[in-house]
Design a protein around this ligand. Structure first.
Ligand code: 13P
Length: 247
């Protein structure tokens, strides 16, 4: 059985005052059936991890460098995230791929570093609207998986997030059939490479909110969500956790 995972990606949002949201979340959901992960900006990881210790909320990073240390101004190594109290790191988010030109090879190298440092890599894939309109969705996802997911991936150290670029922050979501098609495809692709592919969690991301969470969580091969905007408020993210617990 794959343990469900509700993951929040705060992106470039949040200051010290936002830590109150985690407190509220942990109070409202002290013993969720699902795993709960929040990936705040790097500035909040250490303090959030400290405050979340012993509670239901795990803390993750949003990116890491592929190298363990060195002359890379502004970057953060996987081992540093681990040292700060992170358990996971999001890698290859479409905003990193678009804003920083990250390639599949970059994402694979970062994922290897993350796994090597003892973090769980949450590797993101997803097509643009133009790619979907061209009928290239599965081809694009297949290429991203082949290039981004390292050979060292296992069910214990890797989570895959399917995030259609056109669904991120837009309020638009694919149909449930479209989500199922991609998630079933990802499962089948992973099975070609990994003996324990059946245990790798697959998250859907892109405009997940309390009102659509339950139907998405009832969809084939959806083991949870990677949530942006709706993860910023404890009430909204709590409702998504409750929907996942009930799925
Ligand atoms: P939204 O939930 O705001 O659409 O963002 C999704 C996302 O990019 C999570 O990584």
């Amino acid at each position: 059985m794959r343990r469900k995972l509700a993951a929040g990606n705060w992106k470039m949002n949040g200051t010290g005052a936002s830590l109150a949201e985690i407190e509220a979340l942990a109070e409202a959901h002290p013993t969720p059936r699902s795993e709960v992960l929040i990936c705040p900006p790097a500035t909040l990881i250490a303090q959030m991890a400290w405050e979340a210790k012993g509670g239901p909320v795990m803390v993750g990073g949003q990116d890491c460098h592929a190298k363990a240390s060195g002359a890379h101004t502004g970057d953060i190594a996987a081992g540093m995230l681990k040292d700060a109290g992170a358990s996971h790191v999001i890698l290859g988010h479409s905003e990193r791929r678009a804003d920083h030109g990250e390639t599949d090879a970059d994402v694979r190298a970062k994922s290897e570093a993350a796994i090597g440092a003892g973090l769980i890599a949450v590797i993101c894939v997803g097509e643009t609207e133009a790619q979907r309109d061209e009928g290239d969705t599965l081809k694009v996802i297949g290429t991203q998986l082949a290039g981004s997911v390292p050979d060292a991936a296992t069910a214990a150290n890797t989570v895959i997030a399917y995030e259609p670029v056109w669904a991120i922050g837009t309020g638009r979501t694919p149909t449930l059939d479209q989500i199922a098609e991609v998630h079933d495809f990802i499962r089948a692709e992973l099975a070609k490479r990994f003996a324990d592919a059946d245990g790798i969690r697959l998250l859907y991301g892109g405009s997940v909110k309390p009102s659509n969470a339950a139907e998405i969580f009832a969809t084939s091969n959806v083991d949870g969500a990677l949530v942006g905007g709706a993860s910023l408020k404890a009430a909204d993210f709590g409702a998504i956790i409750a929907a996942l617990d009930a799925a």
